[in-house]
Design a protein around this ligand. Structure first.
Ligand code: NAD
Length: 471
């Protein structure tokens, strides 16, 4: 059924008119048929998904433009190109990852086999967020497919064009029973979460993460929660300020700051602050011109509600760079705030917009105290050439990940697990970690039944004696 004139799911067209119960039931029957477990079937589905990306590149870029005014460059770099590269490596590696792994054995098991099987969980629910609406939804989906699961996909209703693309296109390329899309907002997701899933992978904010965790807990369903938080930057005067400024501002301005690991605020001394601000003025003018609102390279804030929330922060501290906003276009200029302290509203929640407050601190110890006095962040950025100070910061803070002398780039390495800690999330993915997320590691000991093997372990049987105990 294709809805054209009534759009019940928060304005998103859905091709799936089943109830949540029917969706999960049919996905479960499909999983129980065993077909998702076949490596050939998985490969075929993954290749179809790759074809979907390649054949619909322009459609994806158009959807991203509609939802967030994403430029082609950002769309390719952070969504379409990223999806294609990630899926190509998954296709080339997943069969090897799916093989049972041999585990080490001790002397008593020398005759036996110790193996770790990679069992798919069953029916997986993937709930996506709106900020990188296609990539954040479909990277976990491809991992869940590679691991042999059936998948229910719930894109974010806040990015309707991308959600509509996913809902309309996935059924054209993938098995329609094993992999189903359900669109909807809070009401529909609340209904969906009443169903029993075998794994839930959620990307979104921390308060919704708590709701997801509570719903999963009812069925003891394991979860990955990819959440957010305030990711600090520590900048000291040994850093090359021009390079540091570019890297910090790029991390803040890409997707208009709507990035889970965007640098949220800067910790530096008053002296370093002055140099940073000078440099930032030049860099922003070079990138976005005299009137940034006219730049084709700046995204817009995703919704009116988010615009209202973020633009309030412009009344915190003192605006030293930028500061304009246009509600009609949901445009917020890249802005730097000084004279901010830890109690200001802008320092109470994740900003998730192109506003960068600076909080002054005199040294590494101050910075550590400030960071450790708050929730554990998703990312921590350290800009310094002083190796021992970098080590001190690394050893005395905890965050989902760290990138020294750059922002965001740690996320691009598939060899590094990506995820949060504490309120910034639990579990991690990317590269092989994505595959591992979606398999249960089944410990298996295969023993021989011969007399020699039996004699190696016979001291465990009664009657128990001191001699046997000391054996
Ligand atoms: P969102 O509003 O799109 O919500 C995420 C998902 O949760 C959506 O699919 C939505 O339908 C669902 N949802 C919302 N409210 C719900 C409720 N009450 N009950 C059930 N489901 C509900 O996205 P968002 O949360 O605004 O996304 C931004 C947040 O996500 C930021 O905090 C950001 O840091 C975080 N994020 C984290 C990562 C990561 O990988 N760690 C990546 C991107 C975004």
């Amino acid at each position: 059924h294709f809805l054209t004139d009534s759009l019940p799911f928060g304005g998103v067209v859905s091709t799936n008119m089943k109830t949540p119960g029917e969706i999960v039931h049919s996905a479960r029957i499909a999983f129980q048929s065993g077909r998702t477990k076949s490596l050939e079937f998985r490969e075929k589905q993954l290749r179809n998904l790759l074809r979907m990306y390649e054949e619909n590149e322009q459609e994806m870029l158009d959807a991203l433009k509609k939802d967030l005014n994403k430029s082609k460059m950002e769309g390719v770099l952070t969504e379409v190109g990223y999806l294609i590269n990630d899926l190509k490596s998954l296709i080339s590696d997943f069969k090897e990852w799916a093989q049972p792994e041999k585990a080490t054995r001790g002397l008593p098991n020398i005759m036996d086999e110790a193996l770790i099987y990679k069992d798919p969980y069953g029916v997986v629910l993937v709930i996506g967020a709106w900020n990188y609406p296609i990539q954040l939804t479909l990277i976990p989906v491809s991992g869940a497919i590679a691991a042999g699961n059936a998948v229910v996909i719930k894109p974010s209703e806040i990015s309707p064009a991308s959600a509509e693309f996913i809902a309309r296109t996935i059924p054209k390329y993938l098995d329609r029973e094993c992999y189903q899309v359900m669109c909807g907002g809070v009401a529909e997701t609340t209904e969906l979460l009443k169903e029993k899933f075998d794994y839930i992978f959620f990307t979104g904010n921390t308060s919704v993460g708590r709701i997801i965790h509570a719903a999963a807990n009812k069925h003891l369903t394991p979860v990955t929660l990819e959440l957010g938080g305030k990711s600090p930057v520590y900048l000291d005067d040994t850093a090359d300020i021009d390079v540091a400024t570019r890297r910090i501002l790029w991390g803040k301005c890409i997707n208009a700051g709507q990035t889970c690991i965007a640098p949220d605020y800067v910790l530096c001394s008053k002296q370093t602050e002055a140099k940073f601000i000078d440099s930032a003025r030049n860099v922003l003018q070079e990138w976005y011109g005299k009137d940034p609102q006219k730049s084709p390279d700046l995204c817009r804030i995703v919704s009116d509600n988010h615009f209202k929330r973020i633009s309030k922060f412009l009344f915190n501290g003192k605006i030293v760079v930028g500061g304009t906003a246009d509600a009609e276009e949901r445009f917020i200029e890249p802005t730097i705030l000084t004279d901010v302290d830890g109690t200001d509203p802008v320092m109470q929640e994740e900003i998730f917009g192109p506003i960068l407050p600076i909080v002054n601190c005199e040294n590494v110890d101050d910075a550590i105290k400030f960071i450790n006095g708050r929730e554990k962040p998703l990312a921590f950025y350290i800009f310094s050439k002083n190796k021992s100070q970098v080590d001190t910061l690394l050893e005395n803070t905890t965050s989902g990940g760290v990138c020294v002398n750059d922002t965001l780039m740690h996320l691009t390495l598939p060899s590094l697990p990506f995820g949060g800690v504490g309120t910034s999330g639990m579990g991690a993915y990317h590269g092989k970690y994505t595959f591992d997320t979606f398999v249960h590691k089944k410990s298996t000991l295969v023993k021989t039944l011969n007399k020699f093997g039996e004699s190696l372990q016979s001291s465990r049987y009664p009657p128990y004696t001191e001699k046997k105990l000391n054996f």
